[in-house]
Design a binder for this molecule. Sequence first.
Ligand code: ADP
Ligand code: MG
Length: 542
Amino acid sequence: YQRLAGRSTNEVLELYAARSQQRKLQRSSVVTQLHEAIKKRLKQDLKNLHSFVLDLSKDFQRQSKTCLYQVLAAVQGIQLQNEAMQIFQIKAFDLEQSLQEVTERYEKEKQKRKALYNNLIELRGNIRVHCRIRPLLPFDDSAGHSISQDRQRNFSEKVAYAADDETVLVKCSRPGHASVNKTFQFERVYNDLESQDAIFADVAPLLTSLLDGYNVCIMAYGQTGSGKTYTMLGPQLEGNLAFSIEEESELGIIPRATQEVFRLISEKLPGSYWVEVSVVEVYNNEIFDLLAKDSYGKEFGVKRDVLTTREGKSDVPLLTQETVENASEFLQLVNKGLQMRVTHPTLVHAHSSRSHLVVTLTITTVVFGDNFGTLWEDEQTSQRLNKEASYTFPQKTRDSKSTSSSRAASPVQLEATEKMKQVKTRLQLVDLAGSECVGMSGVTGAALRETSFINRSLSALADVLGAIAEQRAHIPYRNSKLTHLLQDSVGGDAKLLVMLCISPGQKYLTESMQSLGFGTRARQVQRGQVKKKKIQVLSKGK
Ligand code: ADP
Ligand code: MG
């Protein structure tokens, strides 16, 4: 204001105008600067944003590419799996088809095998030997009075083993004795753990031969206490000779074979048939009919004799034959017969059996002329049976006259006409008496007589098998009642199975070796037969 003082109004106004102009200029330059700065900043931000977006989109592209690859790979995998699945399906179909073919072929082969089975058995010879080694049992320890503790312990030591399914190994070294280390070969060897079931499974195929017209014999051989009765019948009841029917899994060969025979008959056999049973005991070279009844219908043991018929077959006239309809009827009958058995306890075993038990099942089939033969599966058998039938038929008429009333009541009542033919086959099941020697049993007097009869009949059996082995013209069946009785199911084309029973303890070493020797000799019969058949085939070829 001092500067303005003394100036004119115009001057002042001019001054003011210049001043405001100046300010205006100043303000606009600041705005311009600010504007520039903002513009610059914005540009930078935009640039950053742009590059960020670029990165983002690149990243997105990359990730989506990876995803795409993954999806593609997955799709490809699925396609491959689908293809594989299809291949599998085709393969499964092929397999199914070939399985069906194989099954069909198997069925055919099974039929063929069945037909070949009997031929094979014939070629292999008709005698086979199985050997069963029973477990060590508590009574194996009781060696007797005059024997030291030490020897007693040795006595119960195991010396006989099943080395494998076909080999028995006997291994023993005793002070003062030559050591034993010997093997024996048989068709089948069972160790102490094998069940009654397993034993029978190997016996059962033999029974099919019965229906093909062959006689079959199954016999248990071994010393007293070695398990013959256990194997053939089953465990015996305490203080009773009958065997227990309750425990089915424990049943032995005789009841099982009967069941199997009835099963086979109901499945396979053409025509009408019936099954008759006889139970006899061979004691001191005498045959006792255990099913015979007195005039009051009460059972009593009657002596019978065995003779040879005109056709060269063995026959026991007047022998009681009971017709049975099923296995349980049969078991009751056998048990009844067993009550009659004569036994004599020896030192070996309280229930030692001193006689041979022979249970015989006779299967008779009646077929009417035109049908006969055609219903049997293989022609050879039917031809053979046709031949057989023509000569067994007249025998029937004689039989029905000479046998007891129980036989007359059997279905033989069917009128015999020209057209009707009859075939008989026989299954003989034998529980032999103990094979131990006299010294072992420690018996005297009457029991000694028993023992020597047993030894004689068993050596007669060995002689018969030996004569068959050597193909001798004369087979000494008639040297004992036992072999005479068994003639038809031991010789000829009959099938024989010897079941050797062995006690494993050292105490029984001598008897076990004797039994194994018997079995080995019996098997040589088989080898003899093989040779014979081969020669036959060759000479036929010429
Ligand atoms: P054997 O008839 O040869 O004289 P047993 O069959 O009476 O002999 O057998 C003698 C004893 O041994 C019997 O008490 C019997 O139950 C038993 N036994 C035999 N074999 C066997 C076995 N494999 N398993 C179990 N016990 C057996
Ligand atoms: Mg016995």
